[in-house]
Write a new protein. Structure first.
Length: 293
């Protein structure tokens, strides 16, 4: 029996796979299991077809009308891990950030602890320059293998990117397939203790195990988004089943049955209220994709 090297579905439910659990369908959802299948698909894809790459879908709000064109999500075949030398590891872009953090204790390599509470996949962490606890992906990044939308492979290093606060400068349409990260040899027990401490802090400060998209807005220079929203009196504010978290005011939560339009309207309400009160503009960290209904 042969296993298909890819799954392709039309009008495929997409929003329900996101961390918010809201939003519409993808016109076409392509989930390759191998790099060869992905390259063949890209070579055959018309340059005019809109293309969206998604990973863990923990930093996106899929609008209720869904996403036009093709959405690509890498499958389990892109989650390989290869130790390269005493400091570097090669990882598939579908590796889960939290699993990388846990594995780093086994490898005896520190530098990846900050990934322990980030629910995305490695490709998304590169694209977003994900970070926490004072560290970010750029700190451990060596290089990545990427495919352009014609299916050609390129190796990129830090020099080819412009890593900044929650941004990498990765050109649109580039698909990260493999990443080489560098850590520093360290005592596994110390790494485990750091992971436990960071997880405990996150549990205390953030609504974990909730339908959310993480930090909604980037922190404006010299301010924290949560305190601006809190000072605007919006803690717990609701539009339908969309709520500004009681626990962390830079998190929007879907209490159950919220629509993406309610979540987006709630975020825009917070932005407008903070702007009117303080003159400070908040910018979305969560990426809003697709069309409204
Ligand atoms: C509860 C919660 C807590 C969070 N905490 C943090 C935190 O502490 N720090 C932090 O930085 N973020 C945090 N986030 C946000 C999110 O987890 C990160 O931004 C994460 O890196 C996104 O990865 P993803 O795989 O989910 O990407 P997605 O949400 O699927 O996509 C995000 C972006 O990455 C691009 N992308 C994804 N995969 C690839 C790929 N293979 N190649 C090219 N581009 C790709 C997409 O096109 C999109 O532009 C949190 C989110 C949640 C829900």
């Amino acid at each position: 029996m042969t296993t298909p090297a890819a799954l392709i579905r039309h009008n495929a439910p997409l929003g329900e796979k996101s961390w918010f659990g809201t939003g519409g369908a993808a016109d076409v959802l392509f989930e390759p299991k191998t790099k060869e299948a992905l390259i063949a698909f890209l070579k055959a894809l018309s340059p005019e077809t809109p293309l969206t790459i998604l990973g863990g879908m923990s930093n996106v709000l899929i609008r209720d009308g869904g996403v036009r064109g093709v959405v690509i999500r890498l499958g389990a075949g892109f989650a390989e891990v290869q130790r390269q030398d005493d400091r570097t590891v090669r990882l598939g872009a579908a590796c889960r950030d939290m699993k990388i953090a846990d594995a780093s204790a086994l490898w005896g390599l520190s530098g990846f602890e900050f990934l322990c509470g980030i629910p995305g996949w490695l490709g998304g962490a590169v694209a977003m320059n994900a970070g926490a606890s004072g560290s970010c992906l750029a700190d451990v990044f060596v290089s990545a293998t990427v495919l352009d939308r014609a299916g050609r492979e390129h190796i990129i290093t830090t020099r080819d990117l412009s890593f900044g606060y929650r941004t990498s400068g990765l050109p649109a349409g580039m698909i990260v397939t493999d990443v080489i990260l560098r850590g520093a040899p360290s005592d596994p027990e110390t790494i485990k203790a750091t992971l436990a401490a960071q997880r405990a802090k996150r549990k205390q400060d953030q609504p974990v195990n909730t339908r959310t998209g993480g930090s909604t807005f980037k922190n404006p220079h010299g301010h924290s988004a949560w305190s601006l929203i809190d000072a605007a009196g919006l803690r717990g504010y609701r539009i339908g089943a969309a709520q500004i978290s009681e626990k962390h005011t830079n998190f929007l939560v879907n209490l159950g049955g919220a629509s993406s339009s309610q979540l987006e309207a709630l975020g825009e309400h917070a932005r407008q209220t903070v702007l009117q009160r303080t003159g400070i503009e908040l910018f979305w960290e969560i990426q809003r994709l697709g069309d409204p209904l």
